[in-house]
Ligand binder design. Sequence first.
Ligand SMILES: Cc1cc2nc3c(=O)[nH]c(=O)nc-3n(C[C@H](O)[C@H](O)[C@H](O)COP(=O)(O)OP(=O)(O)OC[C@H]3O[C@@H](n4cnc5c(N)ncnc54)[C@H](O)[C@@H]3O)c2cc1C
Length: 384
Amino acid sequence: MALQKSYDVAVIGAGVFGAWTASHLARRGHRILLLDSYSPGHSRASSGGESRIHRMAYGADEIYTHWSLRSLHQWRELFAGKNLPLFRQTGVLWLAGEDTTQLLRTQETLRRCSVNFLHLDRPALERLYPHFVFDNVGAGLLEPAGGVLLARRALVATVQDAIARGVEFRHAAVVAPRSSGRLSSLSTLAGEKISADAYVFACGPWLGKLFPGILGPRIFPTRQEVFFFAPPPGDSRFAPPASPAWLFQDDQVYGIPDIESRGFKVALDWHGELIDPDTQSRTVTPAVADWVRSYIARRFPALAGAPLTETRVCQYENTSNGDFLIDRHPEIDNLWFAGGGSGHGFKHGPAFGEYLAAQLESNSNPEPRFSLSTKQIHQRRSIF
Ligand SMILES: Cc1cc2nc3c(=O)[nH]c(=O)nc-3n(C[C@H](O)[C@H](O)[C@H](O)COP(=O)(O)OP(=O)(O)OC[C@H]3O[C@@H](n4cnc5c(N)ncnc54)[C@H](O)[C@@H]3O)c2cc1C
């Protein structure tokens, strides 16, 4: 069955990158079709989690600080227009080990970008957060304007807003093209034809499966386990404002305070094993659960033995170093890849979409760090 309508752009994938790209293209007056195999924010999508940290701190990688700022403004605007409390300004506390080089670089960048922060030495940290244990922590940096996005619901709000702006959403799985040259149409698994002037594949961890020759070796989907613990009854220290979102840089562990009593979230930022997003088990690994229990007992003694109330298994969709991928297919010049969120992409959805919409209109070459040619086949993470 052929669709009668033709679109300016078909965006495949309604995760945070695809949804915001569709939204920005519609704001610019384009006819947009947004497709996804499932509903936006489904439980296997990288954007489908309960919550995501929004921080401006990115070491010396100033472009991401700019994008975070720009995005925070747009998230706030979206939520304010609909009276949705989906951004919680909890503050974000970044904790460095004895080596504070990255923390100091971050401070320089934040100063240049006029982002307010507090440098906290050990005594200040212990005074402000007596329920945390700061062993091996050299210093901390608190971003009072940072916080937490209630991710899945924020994505649904983005798609609803995009639809209100004229985007057509279709629940369909798209078959990746195998041709070269200019692409005139795409097919869905159900046999429909989609016709557009340009195509954006914003398929997160699925990008490597869809384009195995080009992206198979360049997108590394890794297993990431997430744990929610119930604080003791009547104890509000693990909820905002007493607890901010936090990252222990040397441990590569981060967390989100107890919001809406979902529990105190703790997750590992180091990359798990390579997985297939369709088939990986969504049950946490007992050994990792034990490790996390002993970790919280050490860092947050009042949570020792706390009931584990919820778990999630998601995946990062890493590029070799953590820079995003926003570039054209090397053999199909009206097909764009949009992904590589690499465990830090959610917050950037609005700025990502705005940037890609402008790229599509101008058909210009991407910023080098987002280009396909900079994506290696071996991982060496440098963006944190
Ligand atoms: C545990 C965890 C914690 C994280 N923490 C943070 C954080 O604190 N802060 C932060 O900023 N970021 C964080 N991230 C990263 C962030 O969530 C991701 O980078 C971001 O959500 C990626 O979005 P995406 O749109 O690229 O991918 P996705 O959300 O996975 O969306 C891709 C979509 O494409 C669809 N799709 C795939 N193939 C097809 C097809 N053939 N046809 C149609 N549709 C298709 C899928 O169904 C899916 O909905 C975290 C990620 C994880 C997993």
